[in-house]
Design a protein around this ligand. Structure first.
Ligand code: PBG
Length: 325
C-alpha cells in the first residue's frame, strides 16, 4: 500500500492555498502602454484586441487606473508622427514619449514606477533599434551616443526607470555614465538583457506602426541560444543594470530559470504582444478559457523565476487577483 500520498495537499481549496509555492501579486505586474502623437480618440490595435494606442489624455487616465489597480508600474512606448534616420523625436523634450512621461508623472507621481522604453525603433524611419552606418548596418557605438541623449531626456521628463531594449553592446554602461554625469544617479536601469529575435513581437510592430527593413538578427539573440542569454544578463549586471529581463517569456522559461538562478539583481520577464495575441485569439474562438489561461501563463512565468512580469493583462489580472482574495 502506498504511504506517500501527494494528493493529501490537494484535497481542499484551503489546503491548496496554503501549500501553493508561487503567488502573483499585483505589485509584481507592469503594464505596457502606447501613446500616439496627434491622436484625438484612443485607437484600437487590431492584432492586440483590448489594447489601444492612447491619446495624451487617455494615457493619463489609463495610468491612474493602473495605479488604483495596484500594479507595480507602467512601461511607456511612444508612436511619433514623424520618423527620421536617427530617431530625433526620441531625444526631443517635446517628443511624444518624453511629453507622455512628464504627463504621467504629473498624474501619479511615484505611486507606481513610471518606466520608459529606451530604444530607437519607434522613432527611426527604417525601424531599426539604432542608427545605420554607410553600409546600412546598425552602428553599435554611434547608437550608444543617441541612447545617452535619449536617457537624459527621459530622466529630465521624470521617468523613474529606463528600459534599455535596443540590444546594443555596452548600452547599460553608456547610459549609466550619461545619467550619472547629469547627476541622475537616482534613475534605475532595466536591461532587456536576454532579448531574442522573436516572431512574437509581430503585433507590437502594428501597435507602434513600425515597418522594419530587414530583421534584427545582428543585435537580438538567436532563439537557439540558451547560455548566451545568461551571458548577456551577467554582462548587463557588470555594467550596472539594476534589473535584468528575459523576453519573450513563455518560449524562454529555460533562459529565465537560468538567469534567475544566478542573478544578484531582480529578474523580470516580458510576456510580449504575440503571446498576448495567441491567448486572446484562441479565447475569442472559445477554444480556451481566457481568464484561466491568462492566469496560468503569468503564474508560470513567476514560477520559472521572474520577480516581476510585464504583461498587457497587468491591470485586468490585478483586478482578478483582488477579487480572489
Ligand atoms: C523595442 C521593443 C520591442 C518590444 C518592446 N520593446 C520591439 C522589438 O524589439 O521588435 C516588443 C514588445 C512586444 O512584442 O510586446 N522598442
Amino acid at each position: 500500500m502506498t504511504t506517500i500520498r501527494p494528493r493529501r495537499l490537494r484535497g481542499t481549496p484551503a489546503m491548496r492555498r496554503l501549500t501553493a509555492q508561487t503567488h502573483v501579486d499585483p505589485a509584481q505586474l507592469v503594464m505596457p502602454l502606447f501613446v500616439r502623437e496627434g491622436l484625438t480618440e484612443p485607437a484600437p490595435i487590431t492584432s492586440m484586441p483590448g489594447q489601444v494606442q492612447h491619446t495624451r489624455d487617455s494615457l493619463r487616465r489609463a495610468v491612474a487606473g493602473a495605479a488604483s489597480a495596484g500594479v507595480g508600474g507602467v512601461m511607456l512606448f511612444g508612436v511619433p508622427a514623424v520618423r527620421d534616420a536617427t530617431g530625433t523625436a526620441g531625444c526631443s523634450p517635446t517628443g511624444v514619449l518624453n511629453t507622455a512621461i512628464a504627463d504621467v508623472v504629473a498624474e501619479v507621481g511615484d505611486e507606481l514606477v513610471v518606466q520608459a522604453d529606451l530604444c530607437l525603433d519607434e522613432f527611426t524611419d527604417h525601424g531599426h533599434c539604432g542608427v545605420l552606418d554607410a553600409r546600412g548596418q546598425v552602428d553599435n557605438d554611434a547608437t550608444l551616443d543617441v541612447y545617452r541623449q535619449m536617457a537624459v531626456a527621459q530622466a529630465r521628463a521624470g521617468a523613474h526607470l529606463l528600459g534599455l531594449s535596443g540590444m546594443m553592446d555596452g548600452q547599460v554602461a553608456a547610459v549609466r555614465e550619461a545619467l550619472d554625469g547629469e547627476g541622475r544617479t537616482d534613475v534605475a536601469l532595466l536591461a532587456y538583457a536576454a532579448k531574442y529575435a522573436s516572431a512574437f513581437y509581430g503585433p507590437f510592430r502594428d501597435a507602434v506602426e513600425s515597418t522594419l527593413t530587414g530583421d534584427r538578427r545582428t543585435y537580438q539573440l538567436d532563439p537557439a541560444n540558451r547560455r548566451e542569454g545568461v551571458r548577456e544578463a551577467h554582462l548587463d549586471v557588470a555594467q550596472g543594470a539594476d534589473v535584468v529581463m528575459v523576453k519573450p517569456a513563455l518560449g524562454y522559461l529555460d533562459v529565465l530559470a537560468d538567469v534567475a538562478a544566478t542573478s544578484a539583481v531582480p529578474v523580470w520577464a516580458y510576456q510580449v504582444s504575440g503571446e498576448y495575441a495567441m491567448i486572446e485569439a484562441a479565447a475569442a474562438h472559445g477554444w480556451i478559457d481566457r481568464r484561466a489561461a491568462v492566469t496560468e501563463s503569468v503564474l508560470s512565468i513567476r514560477r520559472a523565476g521572474a520577480d516581476a512580469v510585464l504583461t498587457y493583462w497587468a491591470v485586468e489580472l490585478a483586478g482578478w487577483l483582488r477579487e480572489e482574495r
